[in-house]
Design a protein around this ligand. Structure first.
Ligand code: IMP
Length: 197
């Protein structure tokens, strides 16, 4: 049975990966479950660099396939900020209601066609003696004129898509998991894992 370690403390991500791998001869573990407690510094300048940094660092510590990801929001009007700094943007501990309001204020009076934005997720799959595989998932949308919805997390209340007609905080977790940047990257990773077992 192949072991897969997901380089995250986020139980939601692990659950999603477990569900997508159901029926395959693999066991999915969190870092905690295999006794690893390290925080790999995200020093890369792209989502891909950070995902690879994390996956390769953890891969040196376990005899397993390792999956790591890095994600964030790019707002074109703000020169693709917050980008790789999404979690730290406007202060790591600043509540998202405050961060989102600041972004809405910065985009006040900006017409819809200039409010384009996207959630990006880079996911890396690393295994000893194999080339690291990198996948990118993207969901295109725009920054709304006000916050909407109570679900999701982070920048979801201000991120809208035309297809949804609302924000990604205004749909259920099941719906979001079908269309999200993470789901799109994960699908490519799962295909790669299937090739390797
Ligand atoms: P990480 O990849 O888990 O480090 O996430 C980086 C940051 O990007 C999060 O803290 C959020 O600010 C933002 N982010 C990533 N994905 C999403 C999403 O699906 N919704 C809202 N914010 C997100």
């Amino acid at each position: 049975m192949k072991r897969i370690v997901v380089a995250t403390q986020n139980k939601g991500k692990v659950k999603e990966i477990k569900e997508m791998l159901e029926g395959l001869p693999v066991e999915v573990k969190t870092m905690g479950e295999v006794g690893i407690d390290v925080d790999v510094e995200e020093t890369g300048s792209t989502f891909e660099e950070n995902a690879v940094l994390k996956a390769e660092a953890i891969s040196k510590m376990v005899d397993a396939l390792v999956i790591a990801d890095d994600s964030g929001l790019e707002i074109d009007y703000l020169n693709k900020e917050p980008g790789v700094y999404s979690a730290r943007y406007l202060g790591k501990d600043t509540p998202y209601e405050v961060k989102n309001q600041i972004i809405l204020d910065r985009l006040k009076d900006v017409p819809k066609e200039k409010r384009t934005a996207r959630f990006v997720c880079a996911m890396a799959l690393c295994e000893a003696n194999k080339e690291t595989f990198i996948a990118r998932g993207v969901i295109e949308g725009y920054i709304g004129y006000q916050s909407e919805g109570e679900n999701g997390f982070g920048y979801d209340p201000i991120f809208f898509t035309d297809e949804l007609g609302t924000s990604t905080a205004n749909i259920s977790m099941e719906e979001k998991n079908k269309i999200s940047h993470r789901a799109k990257a994960l699908k490519q990773i799962i295909e790669k894992i299937k090739e390797r077992i």
